[in-house]
Design a protein around this ligand. Sequence first.
Ligand code: BGC
Length: 812
Amino acid sequence: MKFGHFDDEHREYVIETPKTPLPWINYLGSKEFFTLISNTCGGYTFYKDAKLLRLTRYRYNDVPMDINGKYFYIKDGDTVWNPGWKPTQTDLDEYECRHGIGYSKFKGVKNGVRADVLTFVPVNDNCEVSKLVVTNDSSEEKNISIFSYVEWCLWNADDDSRNFQRNFSTGEVEVKGSAIYHKTEYRERRNHYAVYSVNAPITAFDTARDSFLGLYHYAGNPEAVLNGKLTNSMASGWSPIAAHQLDVTLKPGESKSYVFVLGYIENPVEDKWESHNVINKKPAEALLAKYDTDAKVDAAFAELNDQWDKLLNIYTVDSSNDKVNRMVNIWNQYQCMVTFNMSRSASYYESGIGRGMGFRDSCQDLLGFVHLIPDRARERIIDIASTQFEDGRAYHQYQPLTKKGNSDIGSGFGDDPLWLIAGTSAYIRETGDATILDEMVPFDNDASVAQTLMEHLRRSFGYVDTHRGPHRLPLIGRADWNDCLNLNCHSTQPGESFQTFGPSEGPVAESVFIGGMFVKYGNEYADLCDLKGLTDEAAKVRASVAEMNEILLDSNAGWDGEWFVRAYDSYGNKVGSKECEEGKIFIEPQGFCVLAGVGTETGQAQKALDSVKEHLDTKYGVMILQPAYTVYHEELGEVSSYPPGYKENAGIFCHNNPWVSIAETVIGRGDRAFEVYKKTCPAYTEEISEIHRTEPYIYCQMVAGADAKFHGEGKNSWLTGTAAWTFVNISQYILGVYPTLKGLSVDPCVPADFGDFSVKRIYRGVEYDITVKQNGAQKGVKELIVDGAKIDGTVIPYDASKKTVKVEVVMG
Ligand code: BGC
């Protein structure tokens, strides 16, 4: 069952009912000012950091679902309603929410009055702009009142939800004309404030929540709105808000438009005040003036759309499959940009006050957005590498504001170092900019011990190469990609961190998955050595990789007979083996070893993937392991702590489904690669939204596995490495347009009935127009014709002197 539809022409998902199975959200903002907005106008706003600089309040984990947002109320006689349905939940005659690329639109119609809201964050300003247009579609004159409402967060969202004894006394506001200023703590150590304003004279306002809502009321029935009269309250402590009242007369057929701006302002310390305790409003007024007419707003909206036109023009596909087209051309790339902006910080499932940026998460996210914003990818790589330790280990997380490693969680995750190679290699393959390898980059943010980025990568590889266990497989440490495989932790008491409790980094527990990564990224590192003319080093690296390859295929080490072992625990026992009672087979080593090319010559690759299909496949995606753990295994850790079918305990972790799909392309099975792709693909799961429940235009982290009560139900949408990996899968492996160090390679692997298709790719400033004649083949390039000339192999040598290149591919 669907709750809306895709409008590909406008790059929008059109939600037709406010009662979606879960709030379906969108992200506004692309630089420093961000808003999360749901299909019923829920959500919140922050500047730079969702924990430290939060402008508006949101209540997680509360009922009714999705509490607090930026609301407009319309009072028409005795009826009070909202264009986005919430919070009054008054039945609407018509409702529509269009989530677009960096903006959302709402349409509500009630008793002949129509309200249209467009909300977006302009490209270059720290504010959110909402244009509200009210239209009288009835045949009688309408006298209505419009009320706005936002509730301020007292900046530090963590403190705001804990430190009531202090915060109930600190709230402060100012009002000037139609502008309501939130200046809590501005007097002491802050030099920033927020403003919420409208470009029209107001009848009244409220800034104290209790006056607006009334005691024992809530946002669904605010007393002042029901009374039709705001009270001009001035907040003093408690909970400051901003609410405007506009009384509007509309003749039949008449429309009126209002622009509301929610902004963030920072003043230089010496310029904070206009007079004693009166804030300097000049910069706020200048900001508001930039959006005080419809024409200015429309121009800013056009600028936003232009920006996205440019970005989404870099990789486009035209195939006979609409679902693939819309995911590749619009939504998958959009989600990659959102994960770049947010990492795993702020969503409807991530509170924005928890973890910082993950080292491995950020490196993997890069794979999905590097073609869109290479300059920012470069910066990000340097930031990430600057947190690395001198011996090659990495902080598992770092803080986005300080860019320093997070010592609470520390280091010791065996896979982290190799992801730095993955991200850097992707950047250089995309841009050709090898100068990044010569950049001097600090270790642990200490510039006095800076070394080149190349040296960082050397230490990444070296660390894993020299930290091996009894089978010569890489040591797992606290965990590898699977954060919940905690083989050295042995926690038995609640409250202990699964990752950091106990010895945590032992000399025995090994990861076969990291072995697969070692092959994949070891090879990419060797290519970088060649690029730098370090042929001896490249040869040494390749020798290590070849040795690891053997170890992975050895039935006394990485190979279990029908599939790859997952790991060895701290007692040296196998994890993910037919010898185990539960957790006999895991997805990660099957996907990653095969995508790295391990076992392709011996038949083991195919065997491993056949085993995946036999043991892990479901109609909703490929599960992470089977059989699910039904008892807690102290020696395995968090993985066995979840109820069967959820999260890492046999859930369908969407992130590693593309690894399996990519692996299938490596062995040339296009039908199966696409079958795996489709199962978790939003454009396909849209049809079963009542089961899947999360947004049908973007990926979620996890879908409940076959053992779970709610098999097929998605959770934790938006901020997941799935976005990057699925885009890599569909764009580089299935459609097959893969950036190499030497140029673009075109080597598709598609299902037999996919049909001909074309890809337009802007790569290092050159536009490639690629057409593919499939001939019913799943893989294989029979002919590659570049600007009329046939060439050997699949790589189009990069030629900077050309503006456009015409590429014809004949498969077979
Ligand atoms: C984390 C990833 C991890 C994955 C699997 C996610 O929540 O952000 O770093 O790889 O879970 O455990």
